[in-house]
Design a protein around this ligand. Structure first.
Ligand code: G4P
Length: 557
């Protein structure tokens, strides 16, 4: 197969959802379609399996949750699918966000009885900023759901996303959900409940006019369905592939993951309408600074800052690091997304951050806990590189020294805690451990004015990240640590301003503090929304951003 064909058949995506919407169940069904069935049990059983085979995951076992994400790869109808799994617990971490920087599309799973929930909204926002196509699956249609038109309306009003249903539910609730109507083929897929959740749901395909379909509905439901379909045809947004691929319109599917109903329609539609690996933007600024990379390093092909996926030289970036996946080896895996060229095992590449050349001999494809050596990979693929303690989140590995990818975005943290070392005699171990964990990006670190002496301010999107830091300091570095929680819940980056030279003169409510990020950019911490609004009112000249300034500038449309 030619390199162009290899790239064109790849689909790299993640499922975003609120906990319990059905992400794990849907993933499992996808794997069944991808003939990864012998391994699919591992997904259902994932939480237990991981916890019993890795002591790093002891924490998962104690908490009964899944912290880490993995990459699942399978082939289906000619497509090479990379499904990047995101942790589903409400205590999610920055890892979840970062995974979304490595995908070309997202599948948003919504519990149709609940609609858009908080975590979906946050994850959606990360996808929206990157402009990736988003497909929507309204799950659990075998149970009573909210009015489907209302659900579409919510996508528009809450997420600001135009929707176009590809399939439409026929009837609602356990006794009257009859199936779905495929608006493209104008066919009805009749729903049969499958005892025990068998793999292939018996689906009868027919038309809406077929007497067998009509016989399944009472008059009221049938009239209602007809009315809804007429309304969608007349007043709904027509399907617009260009808008879908630009992330402006979401195709909507309805079904039931646990019953494997509507899943094949979803998977087929998603793979067809989604996008192959997208080219990636290279850094035009040195990481974390406003220093422009000189124009002579920008070649003719990528003068607008984009590295084409067809570029012959291999390049990729690391979006996640996971330590101690296998307790027998005490190892560390850096997950790399291939962006251009072809990866070949044992190849020698440049590690951009250090400028050193490294040989990539220990490359793996991962499926849950299972590892398989990867000999080659193409743009869109994700590989796990074992060892290499020098690799950090956001690092570029490349055969072409001129390619350096943009930094992985940072995300506005929502929980903050000081960490300190209670044993002065262990300070070497403590420092080394903390430094390593910060480099891995397990949490972000800031400096807060007037913080306890000798402490570091850790910031995360979920409190679990702090527990992970403490756990790993103890188990990997034998270093104790003490956490001192703060009551801050909001942090904003501040635009540089002369008045920041003396913050004691700035009017703030009590409990508010100034600080700096790792690049010495000014930030401010607030206990709540009210104190932030008060600050904005009293200091209109000080502009705040929920992302670092360099990101704000590149992300604004
Ligand atoms: P998550 O990964 O998004 O957190 O959700 P998960 O797939 O674990 O599903 C959450 C619960 O919702 C599970 O029930 C699952 O069986 C159920 N579920 C998923 N899809 C459907 C569906 O289409 N219809 C209905 N009625 N339920 C669905 P559980 O009781 O928490 O777990 P389990 O004992 O069934 O595994």
């Amino acid at each position: 197969m030619s390199p162009a064909a290899e790239i064109a058949r790849r689909r790299t995506f993640a499922i975003i959802s609120h906990p319990d919407a059905g992400k794990t169940t849907l993933t499992e069904k996808f794997l069944l379609y991808g003939n990864a069935i012998h391994l699919a049990g591992a997904v259902k059983d994932r939480k237990n399996q991981r916890a019993t085979t890795s002591d790093w995951m002891e924490l998962e076992k104690q908490r009964g949750i899944s912290i880490s994400s993995t990459v699942l790869q399978f082939d289906y109808t000619g497509y090479a699918v990379n499904l990047l799994d995101t942790p589903g617990h409400k205590d999610f971490s920055e890892d979840t966000y970062r995974v979304l920087t490595a995908v070309d599309a997202a599948l948003m799973v919504i519990d149709a009885a609940k609609g858009v929930e908080t975590q979906t909204r946050k994850l959606f926002e990360v996808c929206r900023r990157r402009g990736v196509p988003i497909f929507t699956f309204m799950n659990k249609c075998d149970r009573p759901t909210r009015n489907p038109l209302e659900l579409l309306d919510e996508l528009e009003t809450v997420l600001g996303l135009q929707s176009s249903p590809v399939v439409w539910p026929l009837g609602n609730g356990p006794t009257s959900f009859r199936g779905v109507f495929d608006r493209r083929s104008r066919q009805v897929h009749l729903f049969e409940r499958v005892p025990g959740g068998a793999f292939q749901a018996p689906v009868q395909v027919t038309s809406l006019e077929d007497p067998t379909v009509r016989a399944k509905f009472d008059d009221v439901t049938f009239a209602e369905v007809q009315e809804q379909l007429a309304m969608l045809d007349g007043a709904g947004h027509p399907f617009d592939l260009e808008a879908v691929r630009a992330g402006r319109q979401t195709p909507v599917y309805f079904g039931s993951a646990v019953n494997n109903f509507g899943i094949q329609l979803l998977l087929d539609g998603f793979l067809k309408d989604s996008v192959p690996p997208a080219p990636r933007r290279r850094a035009l600024h040195a990481p974390g600074t406003a220093v422009e990379i000189t124009s002579e390093t920008v070649t003719a092909e990528d003068k607008d800052g984009i590295v084409p996926v067809e570029a012959p030289k291999f390049s990729g970036f690391i979006f996640k690091i996971q330590a101690n996946m296998d307790p027998k080896h005490r190892d560390r895996i850096a997950f790399l997304r291939v962006c251009s060229g072809k990866f070949e095992r044992d190849m020698t590449v440049v590690h951009s951050r250090t400028g050193k050349t490294v040989r990539l001999s220990s490359s793996h494809k991962l499926f849950g806990q299972e590892r398989e050596t990867v000999n080659e990979a193409w743009p869109g693929d994700v590989i796990g590189l074992v060892g290499h303690s020098e690799f950090g989140i956001g690092d570029t590995l490349t055969e072409d020294r001129e390619i350096v990818y943009d930094e992985i975005p940072r995300f506005a943290p929502e929980v903050f805690s000081f960490i300190s070392n209670p044993n002065p005699s262990d300070s070497k171990k403590y420092r080394a451990g903390l430094e390593q964990l910060l480099q891995e990006g397990v949490v972000q670190a800031f400096t807060a004015r007037n913080g306890p002496p000798g402490s570091t301010l850790l910031a995360a999107v979920g409190p679990l990240q702090f527990e992970v830091v403490q756990w790993r300091l103890q188990s990997e570095y034998n270093a104790e640590s003490r956490l001192t929680p703060t009551n801050w819940t909001i942090m904003r980056w501040l635009e540089p301003h002369p008045s920041l030279a003396d913050t004691s003169r700035i009017v703030v409510a009590s409990g508010v503090s100034f600080g700096t990020d790792k690049f010495d950019h000014p930030v401010i911490f607030f206990p709540n929304e009210w104190t932030m609004r008060y600050f904005a009112e009293k200091n209109p000249e000080l502009k705040m951003h929920d992302l670092p300034l360099e990101q704000t500038r590149t992300l604004e449309p």
